[in-house]
Write a protein that binds this ligand. Structure first.
Ligand code: PLP
Length: 444
């Protein structure tokens, strides 16, 4: 965030949380992508999610450039669309020449409908249904990442009479612990995701017998919101050992190593952003050395960032609807909450907030920001530092782009927010607000 008020410590110290184009104008108003946030909130209504196109594009380019400069082999960046997916995002990701990971028939449908090239799509998931696998096969997607032996068996049956083989990868559970919230750890042995290492031989034997599936890669995803790089290096070693086992015992040769996503992003001023170049250098060096050690050519390096592509680009805007004085604090009730952002309730996630029309005003109180949903746990921020806020003020919450809208629901039958994309002073609606008619559209 560029600010003309460097004396304002809380804002100056949090510049890295805001979209790259953020400016505070001379009246203290929040400007993103050249657009006045509060004006957008008044025009489109709240809750409103704003996405800064430049920030998403920059994140895509940073990853691609970092991998390309650090690794001499081929590299591919796949955006994990579970972080946020709609038609505009799918098109933007396609335009930036990333691949796309989907984990459901719904995500696949949105991507294909948006015109995303099927060959650049990978399908993930620990419980893919038969319908979803058929949908993926019919679409001709680039890769199905097999999670378990039952899925493999189903794929063997579904592809038996196909004229050409389907490319698949094996997701393994590498048994690597990570320092993140238990709900977003996925690499340990007891995780619900991925083949246990002990099942690798069984999968390999079945793949060897099956000409309708071609094993192209091996995959692991350790978890999300990771700041420590060491587990990535450990995962690459486990993946390469597995690849060597596939080669030496089963004559299966793979082309790519996929280390998943998980790069953490700062949500509060005290957290620092990850150095993407350092991350790329570490995984590239580990893979280069590991390939050499085991007699592999330089295997293609694939990564799947989700959060770190879209989190910072998104800002959530809410209106203060009511307040509640308590003995030592106040609660500010807003018109959104866990319906559009479940992360605080689900993961105890922390956020910061500013007043969109008085960003640079001095902090006067510490308040709770409470959502509108009928759950006591619907607290967006427990201790927000703000100037004295009033009913009708617009609150802006940064780093709201990932795992918010994609996890949004209609609890209490509150329609989901509108979404706008901002760029060069222009805003365009990319997803309209849900309507009451939408809420009954499925009722018969
Ligand atoms: N790849 C896989 C298989 C995942 O399950 C996830 C997230 O859960 C990701 C990539 C993206 O992770 P992140 O958004 O933390 O980068």
């Amino acid at each position: 965030m560029k600010t003309r008020y460097p004396h304002n410590q809380p804002i100056a110290a949090a510049m890295h949380l805001w979209p790259l184009t953020t400016v505070i104008d001379e009246r203290g108003r929040l400007i993103i992508g050249g657009c006045d946030a509060a004006t957008l909130a008044h025009g489109y209504g709240t809750p409103l999610y704003i996405f800064d196109e430049a920030t998403i594009r920059a994140a895509c380019r940073t990853y691609r450039a970092a991998l390309a400069s650090c690794y001499r082999g081929e590299t591919t960046v796949h955006y994990a669309s579970k972080a946020l997916l709609n038609t505009a995002i799918a098109r933007l990701i396609a335009d930036e020449e990333l691949g796309l990971d989907v984990v459901s028939g719904g995500e696949l449908y949105v991507a294909l409908r948006a015109g995303f090239p099927p060959q650049r799509i990978h399908l993930h998931g620990n419980a893919k249904t038969r319908d979803e696998l058929e949908q993926a096969l019919a679409a001709g997607i680039g890769q199905i990442v097999i999670d378990n032996l039952d899925e493999l068996e189903m794929l063997v049956n579904l592809t038996a009479h196909r004229p050409y083989p389907q490319a698949v990868a094996l997701r393994i559970a590498p048994d690597i612990a990570t320092d993140t919230h238990a709900h977003i750890q996925t690499g340990h042995a007891a995780s619900k995701f991925g083949l246990p290492l002990a099942a690798l031989d069984a999968a390999a034997t079945r793949l060897r017998e099956t000409s309708s599936l071609t094993l192209t890669g091996i995959h692991a995803h350790l978890g999300s919101q990771l700041f420590d790089l060491k587990p990535y290096a450990a995962a690459i070693d486990v993946l390469l050992d597995s690849a060597a086992r596939l080669r030496d015992y089963h004559e299966l040769t793979i082309e790519e190593i996929n280390i998943g996503g998980g790069v953490g992003v700062p949500y509060t001023a005290d957290q620092r952003p990850m150095d993407i170049h350092a991350y790329a250098a570490l995984i590239a060096d580990t893979l280069t050395y590991g390939c050499l050690q085991r007699g592999f050519p330089l295997l293609r390096l694939v990564i799947e960032p989700g959060r770190s592509i879209v989190a910072r680009a998104g800002v959530a805007l809410y209106t203060i609807v009511a307040t509640k004085p308590l003995p030592h604090t106040r609660l500010l009730h807003i018109d959104g909450g866990m319906g559009d952002n479940i992360r605080p309730a689900l993961y105890d996630a922390h956020y910061t907030v500013v007043l969109a029309e008085r960003v640079d005003a001095a902090v006067e109180e510490v308040v709770g920001i409470t959502g509108r949903y009928c759950e006591s746990g619907d607290v967006l921020i427990r201790a927000a530092h703000l100037p004295r806020a009033r009913v009708g003020d617009i609150l802006a919450v940064p780093v709201a782009g990932a795992y918010t809208l994609s996890m949004a629901g209609t609890y209490n039958l509150v329609p989901r927010p509108a979404v706008v994309m901002v760029k060069d002073g222009a805003a365009r609606l990319i997803q309209r607000r849900e309507t009451y008619d939408d809420l009954v559209a499925r009722d018969v």
